[in-house]
Design a protein around this ligand. Structure first.
Ligand SMILES: NC(=O)C1=CN([C@@H]2O[C@H](COP(=O)(O)OP(=O)(O)OC[C@H]3O[C@@H](n4cnc5c(N)ncnc54)[C@H](O)[C@@H]3O)[C@@H](O)[C@H]2O)[C@@H](O)CC1
Ligand SMILES: [K+]
Length: 496
């Protein structure tokens, strides 16, 4: 599991070490220089003679950068520090000067513009403008240099120091231009911005430099790895029968969208549910594709409600509403998607998992008095998913290139397992089915432990994303292909 801590937690963990005189900046700079040396060897074959440009801001982030630059200069690199602030870290500057690094001020926009060519001609640029003390986007001359990097057709390798400058460290937002990093070398612990969209897209590969911090509190954002998914997956024992493995009620599809019923049922079956009971008008299509499905109502442990339920299909909407009422009355977990999102009562427990995309989340929030649009949600996915959790009580899985899950007691996950090819019609229906299978297989646990539905939702997103890759590595996939690949992916994880 990849865990991240917010800026305040990192600072709190640093405090006792700094008070005890532990040279944290030395450790950070050593780790940074080591990673940059690896990059230079990849790019140029060696450190000696390579041209490294440091973008230096006013704080300790710039200090780390200057100290790392001094180390690289001592190893023979040609290092140029571009000072984007009249006030920079004194010790760091002295260290760089002592190592014969070049120092050029860029204290106004004109000076910064004149240096853009130098920056773009470097082998490697270290972005040390802002770290965890940054507030909002990069301002002043630093912004001109970041803008030049962002606009360049061919740019040097960019290593972000701690975080790409200008990202919202704790919420994953981005303000203004952010230099796209190839590598982010982060100190002490991973930061939320390195996992959360849209900031994480600017981070590139993330390398964590261990500073020996004792991060005791709960992490801010987690990302499940394969072994975590395997540990969550309900694996049958020798004596398990289909009822013990979970029966899932699926209220999906409509005359207009019968395929959603097929895909949601297929996703659940392929994820290993004991049995699917399908409720709705697409029974014949579901049976044609999946003869193992039982059509009609009966006892279930969990529900998928909403995929492909058209807004004008009154009969199917009534079934979806009945299923929700039944699920809530009997403490049965439910994945609530698409056409059922507007049928939710005011408050629900966290074992109700909503699975909107950004547009659907905007509609849901707007209906509850928080007027936002799709672009607002995409600019700040965590904040909006959190708002929806607070307003409804539900666990919220916000679909996207990186899927964000917010559950009870501060549980937050960000899963980035999927190739871009997964953005295809019907993929969300398969995801709802996979999640339904997990909720059915672990129904009692999901009700007892309010944070578990968020972990299960993240596991479903992880398997769904991996299945898209496994279905056709590097190329297009259909939602049916994704469902078909789920059993192989699950097998690979639970037997690893
Ligand atoms: N605290 C520590 O002991 C350690 C800190 N480390 C480094 O220190 C960094 C944090 O240092 P700081 O707290 O000095 O903060 P930063 O270096 O992130 O920058 C804060 C400075 O930038 C200015 N600023 C804030 N937002 C700005 C904006 N949008 N545009 C222009 N200027 C802006 C502030 O006025 C302040 O002077 C970490 O990210 C990490 O790189 C590491 O050296 C490890 C140890
Ligand atoms: K930075």
């Amino acid at each position: 599991m990849l865990l991240s801590w917010d800026a305040a937690a990192v600072r709190a963990a640093e405090e006792p070490l700094l008070a005890a005189g532990v040279p944290l900046m030395d450790r950070a700079a050593f780790g940074l220089a080591t990673h940059v040396a690896h990059v230079l060897r990849d790019v140029r074959g060696r450190v000696g003679g390579a041209h490294v440009v440091l973008l230096v801001g006013p704080g300790n982030n710039g200090g780390d950068t200057l100290h790392a630059g001094a180390r690289l200069a001592r190893r023979g690199a040609r290092v140029t520090a571009v000072l984007a602030s009249p006030r920079v870290h004194g010790d760091g500057l002295a260290a760089l000067r002592a190592a014969h690094g070049r120092v050029v001020p860029a204290h106004d926009d004109a000076a910064a513009d004149a240096l853009a060519g130098t920056v773009l001609a470097a082998d490697v640029v270290l972005d040390g403008l802002l770290g965890i003390g940054g507030r909002g986007g990069v301002r002043g001359p630093g912004a001109r240099l970041v803008g030049a990097l962002a606009a360049a057709a061919a740019r040097p390798v960019v290593v972000a120091v701690d975080v790409p400058s200008g990202v919202g460290v704790d919420d994953g937002t981005r303000t203004g231009a952010v230099a796209q990093a190839d590598v982010t070398v982060t100190f002490g612990a991973c930061k939320p911005a390195l996992l959360l969209p849209p900031a994480a897209d600017a981070a590139g590969r993330v390398e964590v430099v261990d500073l020996g911090l004792d991060l005791a509190g709960a992490p801010a954002v987690a990302r499940l790895a394969g072994a975590d998914v395997a540990a969550l997956w309900p694996v049958p024992g020798r004596t398990s029968h289909k009822y013990a493995r979970g029966v899932l009620g699926v209220v999906a599809g409509s005359d207009r969208y019968p395929g959603a019923a097929v895909l949601a049922s297929g996703g659940a079956l392929r994820a290993g549910v004991g049995m699917v009971r399908y409720v709705g008008s697409a029974g014949s299509q579901v049976l044609a594709a999946h003869p193992e499905v039982v059509v009609g109502e009966g006892r279930v442990q969990a529900w998928v409600v909403g995929p492909g339920v058209a807004p004008d299909d009154d009969a199917q909407r009534a079934r979806a509403r009945d299923a929700l009422v039944h699920a809530l009355a009997h403490d049965e977990p439910a994945a609530v998607d698409a056409g059922a999102l507007d049928l939710l009562p005011d408050r629900v427990p966290p074992h109700v998992v909503l699975t909107p995309h950004a547009g659907e989340l905007a509609t849901l929030l707007s209906a509850r008095g928080a007027a936002v649009d799709r672009a607002d949600v995409e600019a700040a996915p965590l904040a909006h998913a959190r708002r929806a959790h607070e307003l409804t009580g539900a666990t919220v899985l916000l679909k996207g290139a990186t899927t964000v899950v917010v559950g009870a007691h501060g549980a937050v996950y960000a899963q980035a397992d999927a190739p871009a090819w997964l953005a295809t019609a019907g993929a969300g229906d398969v995801l709802a089915g996979v999640l339904g299978a997990l909720l059915a297989g672990r129904a009692a646990d999901a009700v007892d432990d309010p944070t578990l539905p968020a972990a299960l939702a993240a596991a479903a997103a992880a398997v769904h994303g991996r299945a898209a890759h496994a279905a056709n590595p590097g190329g297009p996939v259909t939602a049916s292909d994704v469902a078909a690949a789920v059993p192989r992916v699950v097998a690979g994880l639970v037997t690893a």
